[in-house]
Design a protein around this ligand. Structure first.
Ligand code: F55
Length: 829
């Protein structure tokens, strides 16, 4: 009977090419039905938020339809799949992106107009899905969009945090953190799969057992938590494919603890069970380094174990022999955070599937690849041995075994070089004996990817020098990219129309190389007019937003100069603020005729500081203190305004980036692995003021150095400059602006003292003093270029035209070819 139904459905499906109709009348009916039956409001009385919910559910239906077809098709074709494991995904909003990728934006806009609503206003009702910290997590989201668009048979796996990244509120210029209750009003973009769940075990002991005359280890766990799947369909653009992002939530398990019910302590038993849920409660908001916390390790293992059970179940549905595993499965680990999966795969293959060790290891080495997003060796994750031994006792043993064999192999090449052996060991001996997760990943993964050329060089020559010398071929560069769907089509529709009009095609949305075709028109006066209008409209939108949030009125004639990203010492927001102070100081000392030559600026800074990162928090406060002084100074007027945009997130970026003229990327050379914000600005025709760091080096190659403002020490100069250390005093101008802060010119004298010390007495590790003069020169060059609006517009067009390389489509194609060995699998329309 089941078969009959299936055949019927297939027949119907074939005839109708999908069950749901997408004309505007059908969409209206659909939205109203959802108002009435899903949101449970009267179709004659519902507000914007309820309209958004109904709209979202109607879009969700269409997503589900394609997502089902895609999975049916994948199942039928059984191609090699890529499983992308990441502890963080910064998806942002889904509505606009979904309808654009589904190709039904106009129909929805029409349908809503007929119902008396505005699509854009409803889209504003959606909150961000902020299950990540910064670049690493947003890059994961861009990769998902590209994987779907390019029809790759891919799955994303992660954690469904109850609370995403904290909300930043500013009180008297200080950052405060508030919980992100993102699920409080329901989440229409996910599908709860109560039947897709797996037990995940923790703690306990390891015992020896004899099986078929062979000694083997078994893990007797002490706790079990259930992982329940929540599926998030990810639609590709211009394709029927919609892939799945499966996020796991922790629920109490009904397998263990039955004991307590029978002993009568019913209430306590229930209360204790709820503790299981804490595993997926909250995202760690620190994007600096790993802090050896038990909960963090449990989060990592929880999502890894559930994902692998799911992957293996799917594999076993169609295959019996684990020899086929590497032909069907590629596992990509996003930084070392999911690297406990290496030990887990070994445990499953050896302990549960009874493969012998070397066969299992051979399989593990063929399926895993890793991308490193950190630059500093201190940024690499370590787990204290005691902690790992307590939470995952069997995994600790497995890691010791992997390490023993690694050391045996290394001895063949390096013999008595004990220093090298101890550097390469997975176990770090020291005050706290720890597992080096990066070394574990390096020992196993067949490819180790850097995220820009400069970054790969750093990995090869510094961070993983020893491993590079042993296995040079493992190391690959996959320069990051961002998706032009989200960062142009969704967030800058006017630019999108201009590009399509001048190229005479929308094909660049799937094939971004075509965008280079704009170069031809870089001097065309008609394009210039359209380009400037586009920028102006976007600046107006941003100006309104700024006024609503901060009550600061800004002039549209001013250059909108933006630095938005996480706050870090190495990203040098402090350099930006000190530059602003310098500008302020100069204007203060000018006579009226000089003032007329000043290019007016609106300096916009936004970003979150990790809650425990004191220096970063002081930088935020300094921003506000300077803004207070400058913005209220009648001598300054519109010549300079300083704005801090609170609660920077993906949807704020979507608004700010299209409205900026200049963007700043100031990391001390050698510290930013890649940077992806710069790529979004580049696509949007915003000029870059940057150090020669991370992907900026490659951007300069693509658009030509004269089309951006590069400054500062180069990567290979930095070590020597540091060596000179405190003897280097920096310029007089630098000393002067730091002195102003020290002397309390902006108030809070005592509070800012330690911040000033970091760039003077503390040794100025990030070389602000050294780079200051060159920074001011680059800023002056930007001013000069802005005065010549034709020149500026031309540079802006050339930026967009040169951004093709920085699409995540290119990145994903490189991964598919060079690391994963997968082919597209396109579901027929
Ligand atoms: C998150 C958690 C921990 Cl424990 C450590 C780091 C992070 C994190 O968010 N890192 C991060 O965002 N790294 C960034 O990755 C980007 C994508 O590759 C790079 O562009 C950027 O340079 C790098 O800092």
């Amino acid at each position: 009977r089941k078969g009959g139904l299936k055949a019927k459905a297939e027949k119907m499906f074939g005839l109708m090419d999908g069950f749901l109709k997408n004309d505007s009348v059908s969409l209206q009916k659909d939205i109203l039905d959802h108002v009435e039956f899903t949101v449970a409001r009267s179709r004659f009385n519902f507000d914007d938020f309820e309209a958004y919910q109904a709209l979202a559910h109607s879009v969700r239906d269409r997503l589900i339809e394609r997502w089902h077809d895609t999975h049916q098709y994948f199942k039928k074709k059984d191609p090699k799949r890529i499983y992308f494991l990441s502890l963080e995904f910064l998806m942002g909003r889904s509505l606009t992106n979904s309808v654009i990728n589904l190709g039904i934006q106009d129909q929805y806009a029409d349908a809503l107009t007929q119902l008396g609503f505005d699509f854009e206003i409803l889209a504003e009702q959606e909150g961000d899905a902020a299950l990540g910290n910064g670049g690493l997590a947003r890059f994961a989201a861009c990769q998902m969009d590209s994987l779907a668009t390019l029809d790759y048979p891919a799955w994303g796996y992660g954690l469904r945090y109850q609370y995403g990244l904290f909300r930043q509120i500013i009180v008297d210029g200080f950052q405060h953190e508030q919980p992100d209750f993102w699920l409080n009003f329901g989440n229409p973009w996910e599908i709860e799969r109560v039947h897709v769940s797996y037990p995940v075990k923790f703690y306990g002991t390891v015992e020896e057992e004899v099986l078929n005359g062979k000694k083997c280890k078994i893990w007797i766990p002490g706790e079990s938590v259930e992982a329940v799947a929540y599926d998030n369909p990810i639609p590709g653009y211009g394709t029927r494919n919609a892939i799945n992002l499966r996020l796991w939530a922790a629920k109490p398990s009904d397998q263990y603890d039955m004991e307590s019910y029978t002993t009568g302590d019913y209430i306590n038993a229930i209360v204790n069970r709820q503790k299981a849920e804490t595993i997926s409660n909250v995202l760690y908001p620190d994007d600096r380094s790993y802090q050896g916390k038990e909960l963090r390790l449990k989060q990592q293992y929880f999502f890894v174990s559930a994902s692998l059970q799911d992957i293996i179940r799917r594999f076993k549905d169609l295959h019996k022999n684990f020899d086929e595993f590497p032909e069907k499965i590629a596992l990509q680990i996003n930084d070392t955070h999911p690297s406990i999966s290496i030990a887990e795969v070994m445990r499953v293959l050896v302990d549960e599937e009874h493969l012998d060790w070397s066969k299992a290891w051979g399989i593990a080495c063929r399926i895993f690849s890793v991308t490193i997003h950190a630059v500093q060796p201190e940024g690499l994750e370590k787990i204290p041995v005691d902690l790992l031994g307590s939470v995952l006792p069997r995994h600790l043993e497995i890691i010791y075994e992997i390490n023993f064999r690694l050391m045996e192999e290394l001895k063949k090449s390096f013999d008595q070089d004990y220093d090298r052996l101890s550097r390469m060991s997975i176990i770090e001996e020291g005050a706290v004996k720890s597992i080096r997760m990066a070394n574990l990943s390096l020992a196993c993964c067949h490819t180790v990817n850097g995220v820009s050329r400069v970054h790969l060089e750093t990995l090869k020559t510094r961070v993983f020098k020893d491993f590079y010398e042993l296995w040079p071929l493992k190391f690959q560069c996959k320069t990051n990219g961002v998706t032009q769907r989200r960062w142009i089509v969704v967030s800058n529709p006017s630019l999108c129309s201009i590009i399509s009009k001048w190229l005479g095609t929308e094909a660049w949305i799937r094939n971004v190389d075509l965008i280079a075709g704009l170069r031809e028109y870089a001097k065309d006066p008609d394009l210039h007019t359209e380009w400037k209008n586009m920028k102006k409209v976007n600046k107006m939108r941003l100006a309104e937003y700024i006024e609503t949030l901060t009550s600061v009125k800004v002039s549209l004639d001013a250059m909108f100069d933006v630095q938005i990203k996480r706050i870090h010492e190495y990203k040098r927001q402090l350099l930006n603020i000190l530059g602003i102070i310098h500008r302020y100081d100069c204007i203060k000392n000018m006579d009226e005729s000089d003032k007329r030559r000043v290019v007016p600026r609106v300096c916009i800074i936004g970003g979150k500081a990790a809650p425990g990162y004191e220096v970063a928090k002081k930088i935020i406060k300094l921003c506000h203190a300077v803004a207070d002084k400058v913005n209220s100074d009648p001598d300054i007027g519109d010549l300079l305004k300083v704005v801090f945009i609170p609660d920077y997130n993906v949807s704020v970026a979507e608004l700010v980036i299209p409205g900026s003229d200049l963007s700043q990327h100031l990391s001390t050379a050698g510290h930013e692995a890649s940077g992806t914000g710069c790529m979004k600005f580049l696509m949007n025709g915003c000029l870059l003021l940057a150090t020669a760091d991370g992907s900026a080096v490659e951007i300069a190659e693509e658009i030509g150095e004269p089309n951006m403002f590069l400054f500062g020490a180069k990567v290979d100069e930095v070590p020597a400059l540091r060596e000179k250390g405190t003897t280097l005093k920096g310029s007089l101008q630098f000393a002067r602006v730091v002195r102003m802060v020290r002397d309390g010119y902006f108030g809070f004298k005592d509070y800012f003292k330690s911040l000033c010390d970091t760039v003077e007495d503390g040794g100025d590790f990030y070389l602000l003093g050294h780079d200051f003069a060159s920074y001011l020169e680059a800023q002056a060059a930007a001013d000069r270029a802005f005065v010549d609006q034709e020149k500026w517009t031309q540079m802006s067009i050339l930026s967009t035209a040169g951004s093709g390389k920085f699409s995540s489509d290119r990145t994903i194609e490189e991964y598919a070819e060079q690391s994963w060995g997968i082919e597209p699998c396109k579901c027929p329309f």
